[in-house]
Design a protein around this ligand. Sequence first.
Ligand code: ATP
Length: 320
Amino acid sequence: MKRIGLLTSGGDAPGMNAAIRAVVRTAIYYGMEVRGIERGYAGLIEDNVIPMEMRSVSDIVQRGGTKLRTARCLEMMTKEGKAQAVKTLEKHGIEGLVVIGGDGSFRGAKSLTEEFGVPTIGIPGTIDNDLEYTDYTLGFDTAVNTCLDIINKLRDTMTSHERISVVEVMGRHCGDIALYSGIASGAEIIVVPEVKFDMDDIVMRINRSRASGKHSNIIVIAEGVMSAEEFTKELQKNTTHSVRPTCIGHVQRGGSPSMADRMLAAQFGNKAVRLLNEGVGNRVVGIRDNKIIDMDIFEAVSMKKTFNHELYETLQMISM
Ligand code: ATP
């Protein structure tokens, strides 16, 4: 393969830039040329293609966001849109495509493979950690660390005023950000889409913690369940302690990637290009049991994300 394309798509995630760098540098190592496609599939359809050289990716390993920018693109879901995307690839002599994004972006890559025979490699770049085939997605660790920083600060003020903090984190269908940031911050309660919550049980746990000498409580809620504002209103009807909502919001998507995310980015990007260099396409890369793996893209997108109930029970046992 002489020339490959690279795009970032869907929601941005810290570590995408580090992955872009790893893809470009590995490709150059193998003597391949790289074309960057700006604004995800929208840029592929609209022919926003730029050359990527060794120095195009200097000084970005530590930066959040994505240098190639990203977009959501409904046109990519249409026959005409996909045909136009393929025309752009042909125009630039791009023989294989690396797609950094979440499951939606992988579906786009899969359709380019399935319907047009374009070899694609997917790199899981999403803060949600909502892909079953990989233990971690790129950006998740940094996003959770951002939540921890904010929850630590909330704990200080909640304890001073003996309040309950309801903290809303991202996760429409997947509660992993809430689960990990809840456990790692010492939150007493997490509320996730995968487990039905019981307000009486939550109030009982709060009362029990107060009776044992605790002066504050943290409840981490995933956005997919309800907003922090709504949950606060419900909870306030059931407790005399004062409850305060905080929505962490888009801060979770930004910031310098953590060591863990930079390491994933380096390995995912490198592996993706190694595969293309070996003439292998239609795969996604990931990490499982601390080993970098690759898997058929069709299989990966059909797997349903499971929730780690053991970790959820761990929180129930150690946070009180
Ligand atoms: P995140 O997990 O951060 O939301 P994502 O990659 O899942 O990232 P989506 O908005 O679901 O984000 O998808 C990104 C883009 O991928 C869409 O805007 C669309 O262009 C393309 N895409 C999604 N699903 C399909 C599909 N079934 N066929 C073709 N393209 C698709």
